[in-house]
Design a protein around this ligand. Structure first.
Ligand code: 17E
Ligand code: FE2
Length: 413
């Protein structure tokens, strides 16, 4: 297959891209089509590596309103409502809802997904279901599963045993929720436990860390120290870290040195952080997002996730990564022209780095031919105009093709 005249990652110059046997084999200013070769004319269109959603909860998706809507909008009411809905889970129920969400995501150019899966369930029903989904879709979408202890590790009956069982069943990543543990001591012990578990079982780590507007919530320093001292480094991700939005600047300054040394990744979820954040404030109301601009400026890897598609924590969500990008750059004051142009990185290359998949991700000769083509010439325009994903290509196969919409204007000016 030959794709003609694309702007790769906002490059002013266009290139031609040849795909053979599922890989990129040639990327050059001009390539002649061979006899019978399939040619896609993508003149002046933007080619990006595929969208990545590095943080979503596919076990809870599409349950918003069941058994009740989250009227307060707090994280804690979300956890309470989900805990009730969780009693009704079956493997079929989880698989049907997760697949529906993944189909929406893939139609929007997503090819890599990291889903947290609640393992504070003695039957591990959601994990069983999502392992089946992961295997069923593996040739088309890469799905990583996080063993996520929604109700705590030390604060939930048999929490440690459930985490270990989830790791042995095949979770790819070990999670945590230190800010929800009963005490600071439990928070620290949960991080020590989960980091050891990940090391012993050869897993990645992605912790819901300090997802609270409490400047005293400082689990991040413990997680980063454990990542540094264990050598786990960039295998570790801190998700949310919204408390960092409430830290004083002197503490944040000191913390950033450690964060840089530790090489851990960050994932903000701008849509959901702004929904759940600031809920205990009257005015001024905090924004609920971590220090994305400052982390990014310091060369620390930051990505954006969608977090939720219609569940007890967020009543909206349409599987389109342009939405978290749009919210994230607004809330994070990343509104310079270059900031906007480069903001695709939060949901592509940076997110792939957090998922630890960069050995097989990126538009480079020799890598699997995974890419999307957007109906515009650069990302500033594509984001502003919500341009279609004309093609989503995975391992050289076209996963999705979109016809651009046609608008017929009848006004007279
Ligand atoms: N659970 C949690 O602890 N935090 C979240 N943001 C979601 C689920 C969506
Ligand atoms: Fe989350």
């Amino acid at each position: 297959m030959l794709i003609k005249n694309v702007h790769i990652q906002n490059d002013d110059q266009t290139k031609d891209v040849r795909i053979e046997n599922g890989q990129f084999v040639n990327i050059s200013p001009s390539i002649e089509a061979t006899n019978g070769e399939k040619v896609i004319d993508a003149t002046d269109k933007l080619m990006l590596p595929p969208f990545v959603d590095p943080h979503v909860h596919l076990d809870a998706t599409q349950t918003a309103g069941d058994p009740e809507w989250n009227q307060s909008g707090t994280l804690f009411d979300g956890i309470r409502i989900w805990s009730e809905r969780k009693q009704k889970l079956t493997v079929e129920d989880v698989k049907a809802r997760a697949k529906k969400a993944i189909k929406i995501q893939v139609a929007n150019g997503i090819q890599f997904i990291r889903s947290h899966v609640d393992v504070t369930d003695p039957n591990l029903t959601a994990l069983k279901a999502l392992i089946e989904v992961r295997d069923e879709i593996k040739d088309q979408v890469e799905l990583q599963l996080v063993a996520f202890p929604q109700e705590g590790i030390l604060s939930f009956p048999h929490g440690k045993e459930l985490m270990t069982e989830a790791a042995d069943m095949g979770a790819d990543v070990i999670g945590g929720i230190p800010h929800f543990e009963f005490t600071h001591e439990y928070a620290v012990a949960s991080l020590q436990f989960l980091m050891k578990l990940a090391e012993q079982k050869g897993k990645l780590v992605d912790v819901h860390c300090d997802e609270i507007d409490d400047p005293q919530s400082r689990s991040l320093e413990t997680l980063a120290t454990l990542a540094l001292e264990s050598g786990m480094g960039d295998k570790v991700t801190a998700s949310h870290t919204t408390a960092m939005g409430s830290y004083n600047d002197a503490y944040a300054y000191k913390l950033f040195r450690l964060l840089k040394m530790s090489h851990i990744n960050f994932i903000a979820n701008p849509l959901v952080n702004t929904n759940l954040g600031g809920r205990f404030d009257t005015y001024p109301k905090r924004r609920g997002m971590t220090r994305v601009k400052e982390l990014n400026a310091d060369g620390i890897n930051v990505a954006f996730g969608e977090d939720d598609l219609k569940d007890p924590w967020y009543p909206m969500g349409n599987g389109n990564m342009l939405d978290p990008v749009e919210m994230g750059i607004h809330v994070g004051h990343l509104m310079g022209y270059d900031d906007i142009m480069n903001s695709y990185k939060f949901v592509t290359v940076n997110a792939a780095k957090a998922m630890h998949v960069t050995d097989h991700y990126g538009i480079e000769v020799g890598k699997p031919a995974d890419c999307i083509i957007m109906n515009n010439d650069n990302f500033y325009n594509a984001l502003n105009e919500r341009s279609e994903i004309l093609y989503s290509i995975h391992n050289g196969n076209v996963l999705v093709e979109t016809e651009p919409k046609k608008v017929h204007n009848h006004f007279k000016f």
